[in-house]
Design a protein around this ligand. Structure first.
Ligand code: 6PG
Length: 477
């Protein structure tokens, strides 16, 4: 970045505004713009004195105020709004300018935009930014993807300055070409979905299995945040559960409608896992759990019609200790699945993503920041081509230690009729993955019988089929 260069940012909703302030707080001149001019004016009134910030009314003026090669960042909603902004900016840019999309874009859109803008000589960077409003202001985790050279020359210094920092290392590193940055951000969000679902299942069991009151559950999460579970999401779970609703005096969690919303990143992660053929059970169950939660009126109707477990189910205090292990083990599984998916996508797209670095930049700033990401980083440092995180020594041992309480939790939850899709599917994945021989041979046999789909044998090369409707002999197909 040259000394006369400015950073341009358009889209002054919360994330964009805070990111612009963060840039200015680092003494990097920032020129802001927003489609609605009054928002730019309000932003300048409120924050213009925090650093070298100026604003422009029109896109023309905004683009014109930036030194070349321009570095411009769009912080608008993913989807059509991003396309609209790009279509407005692009004709006013010159070859060599760098246009950055910091929204939660679908990586396929980023690839399309990258290819289109490349025809015009514009370098398009699709950048994942995580950490919510607080992170954007004080240091997010940043996942940049796109052309490496312009990133290194014009953007790296700015992003590394504004990103969170853990042990002297910025939570920002170049991820890979075209859509790689947004891809990694998508998987980050998928893991965020799984983490939250596991936390919700833990809360549900503490409340309805153990019989704890909400403030007691808050204390439990607070104490777990001092263990290997230490993470931002566990920390804020304690805060949400400790909050009392002012209007009713009830725990806030009791007056919030139990229907989870979603903007799409978790669903995209699951859809992409299906496309790639990666078993991503934890994240996918978390997406489905949200969609089931959203069927509120159907669930209310069913509650009066469908029976739960019969007999008296007393509260079971022994579950409390077991839940800590179940939560930890299931969390390991969902990260293992997410990292396996990134590895598969990197192979498929030829992105060469360094998985250890992804764990490194998620240690601070982002929503899934957690103590155990250091262990993930170490695992990939020791063995960069590790096929699955569960196989790393540290995690294999952690799973071994957690497995008995994990099994008890899943079994008890089934007996109690408390749904635990993420706990249960994570355990099933662990058990499925550690089995050298499973029951899929029967599926192959069935496929061969009803559709002559053939099968392979364990003892001979070749493809085989049984003449089921004729003499029952096996033939080589
Ligand atoms: C982040 C978050 C953020 C995301 C929200 C909401 O990393 O800062 O992932 O990007 O938009 O978490 O996502 P849903 O509305 O899909 O839950």
């Amino acid at each position: 970045m040259s000394s006369d260069q400015h950073f341009g940012l358009t889209g002054l909703a919360t994330m964009g505004a805070n990111l612009a302030r963060n840039v200015a707080h680092h003494d990097i001149p920032v020129v802001v713009h927003n489609r609605t001019t009054s928002r730019t004016e309000r932003f300048l009134d409120e924050h213009g004195s925090e650093g070298p910030i100026t604003g422009q009314e029109s896109v023309e003026q905004w683009v014109g105020a930036l030194a070349r090669p321009r570095v411009l960042m769009s912080m608008v909603q993913a989807g059509p709004a991003t396309d609209a902004v790009i279509n407005e900016i692009a004709p006013r840019l010159d070859r060599g300018d760098v246009l950055i999309d910091g929204g939660n874009a679908n990586f396929r859109d980023t690839q399309r935009r990258h290819a289109k803008l490349a025809e015009q000589g514009i370098h398009f960077l699709g950048v994942g930014v995580s950490g919510g409003e607080e992170g954007a202001l004080n240091g997010p985790s940043i996942m940049p993807g796109g052309d490496r050279e312009p990133y290194d020359e014009s953007v790296k210094e700015i992003f590394e300055a504004i990103a969170a920092n853990v042990d002297g290392t910025p939570c920002c590193t170049y991820v890979g070409p075209d859509g790689a940055g947004h891809y990694v951000k998508m998987v980050h969000n998928g893991i965020e979905y799984a983490d939250m679902q596991l936390i919700a299942e833990t809360y549900d069991l503490l409340r309805h299995g153990v019989g704890l009151e909400v403030p007691e559950i808050a204390e439990r999460f607070e104490s777990w945040n001092g263990s290997e579970l230490e993470s931002f999401l566990i920390e804020i779970t304690a805060r949400v559960l400790a909050k009392t609703d002012e209007a009713t005096g009830k725990p806030l969690v009791d007056v919030i409608l139990d229907a989870a919303e979603q903007k799409g990143t978790g669903r995209w992660t699951a859809e992409n896992a299906l496309e790639l053929g990666v078993p991503l059970t934890g994240i996918t169950e978390a997406v489905f759990a949200r969609t089931l939660s959203a069927l509120k009126s159907e669930r209310e109707h069913a509650a009066g019609l469908l029976a739960g477990p019969s007999g008296n189910r007393p509260h079971d205090e022994s579950l409390t200790g077991d839940l800590e292990h179940a939560l930890y083990a299931s969390k390991i599984v969902s990260y293992a699945q997410g990292f396996a998916q990134m590895a598969a996508a990197a192979r498929d797209e030829k992105w060469d993503i360094d998985l250890g670095s992804m764990a490194t930049i998620w240690r601070g700033g982002c929503i899934i920041r957690a103590r155990f990401l250091d262990r993930i980083r170490e695992a990939y440092e020791t063995e960069p081509t590790l096929p699955n995180l569960m196989l790393a020594d540290f995690f294999a041992k952690a799973l071994e230690q957690a497995q008995d309480p994990w099994r008890r939790v899943v079994a008890r939850a089934a007996e109690l009729g408390v749904p635990t899709p993420a706990f249960s599917s994570s355990l099933a994945y662990y058990d499925g993955y550690r089995r050298a021989r499973g029951p899929a041979s029967l599926i192959q046999g069935l496929r061969d019988l009803f559709g002559a789909h053939t099968y392979k044998r364990v003892d001979r090369d070749g493809t085989f089929h049984v003449m089921w409707g004729e003499n029952g002999r096996e033939i080589e197909a």
